[in-house]
Design a protein around this ligand. Structure first.
Ligand code: SAM
Length: 243
C-alpha cells in the first residue's frame, strides 16, 4: 500500500517510521511519502491560510496551495487515482469497518487540515476526480489533522497482510465480531492476591472460548450498549441470549 500525507508539520508524522509501522515500511509492505504543503506556496511568507469569507474567528486553508499540492501528489493519470482522506471533526466516524475498507485500497492520500479547515471547494473539486472521504476520529476537536492521520494509518496498517506477526490477533480484536474484547491475563497465576480465572488454565478450549465470549458480551453490554443493539440477531447464539 502507498500512503501520502500532506501537512504543514511534516515532523508530526515521524512516528509513521517507528515500531510496527516502521518495520512494515522497512519490509516494503507500506510505502510512505510525507509532503510539506508549504512547498507549493509562492509568496515570501509561504502562507497557506487566509481569513474566512463571511467573517468569524480563525483562518481557512487556501485552495490554490492545496490544489497545487494535490495535483502534484495525486498525479494526473485517470487510471491511477488514490482515495483522498481528509480528517475533520465534521466527517463520518472512522471505525474498524472503515479501517477495513481503507486496508483494501492500494493508495491513500491524506490532507491534514489546520486552523478552521480547508476551503470546501478543494474537497468538492477532487471529489469529481477520485473518492474523497471526510472522516472524524471522534467527537472532539484537535488542533490539526496530523494526529488523526497517525490514528487512521495505524488502524489500517495492522490489517495489511504480513504487518502483524500473528494475523489471528486482528481477527480476534475488539470490533471484529461487533463486540468489545474481554479481559486478558498472563503469568503469574496470582498477582497481589488476584487470581487468573480458573477456566483460562483449564486447557478446555471450548470452555475458554465460551468464557471469552461471555466476558465480551458483558463488557459490551456495560460499556457500549450501542454496539450490542447494532448486532444482527443471527450474530448471537443460544448461549449469548441467556446472558
Ligand atoms: N472548524 C472545524 C470544525 O469545527 O469542525 C475544526 C477545525 S480543527 C481546529 C483543525 C483541523 O484538525 C481539522 O481541519 C482537522 O484536520 C483536524 N481535526 C480536528 N478534530 C478532528 C477530529 N475529531 N477528527 C479528525 N480530524 C480532526
Amino acid at each position: 500500500m502507498r500512503i501520502d500525507v500532506i501537512t504543514i508539520f511534516p515532523g508530526y508524522l515521524d512516528p509513521l517510521r517507528e515500531a510496527l509501522l516502521g518495520k512494515a515500511v522497512d519490509r516494503g509492505l507500506i510505502e510512505i511519502g510525507v509532503h510539506d504543503l508549504r512547498d507549493w506556496t509562492h509568496d515570501v511568507h509561504r502562507a497557506v491560510d487566509d481569513s474566512p469569507y463571511g467573517g468569524g474567528p480563525g483562518m481557512v486553508m487556501k485552495p490554490q496551495v492545496w490544489g497545487a499540492a494535490l495535483d502534484a501528489v495525486c498525479g494526473t493519470d485517470p487510471d491511477r487515482r488514490p482515495r483522498l482522506v481528509v480528517p475533520t471533526p465534521s466527517g463520518r466516524p472512522f471505525t474498524q469497518a472503515v479501517a477495513r475498507e481503507y486496508a483494501a485500497e492500494p493508495w491513500l492520500v491524506f490532507a491534514c487540515g489546520r486552523y478552521e479547515g480547508i476551503d470546501q471547494r478543494v474537497l468538492d473539486h477532487y471529489a469529481e476526480r477520485m473518492p474523497v472521504d471526510e472522516v472524524s476520529i471522534g467527537d472532539y476537536v484537535l488542533v490539526g489533522g496530523e494526529v488523526a492521520v497517525l490514528v487512521i494509518v495505524e488502524a489500517v496498517a495492522r490489517l495489511l497482510p504480513g504487518v502483524l506477526g500473528n494475523p489471528a490477533s486482528a481477527a480476534e480484536d475488539s470490533f471484529s465480531d461487533g463486540l468489545l474484547e474481554g479481559p486478558c491475563y498472563t503469568r503469574p497465576e496470582v498477582w497481589r492476591g488476584r487470581e487468573v480465572p480458573d477456566v483460562l488454565r483449564s486447557g478446555n478450549h471450548a470452555a475458554i472460548a465460551r468464557w471469552r465470549r461471555d466476558r465480551a458480551l458483558e463488557r459490551t453490554f456495560h460499556r457500549r450498549p450501542d454496539l450490542l443493539a447494532a448486532l444482527p440477531p443471527e450474530a448471537l447464539d443460544r448461549h449469548d441470549r441467556k446472558l
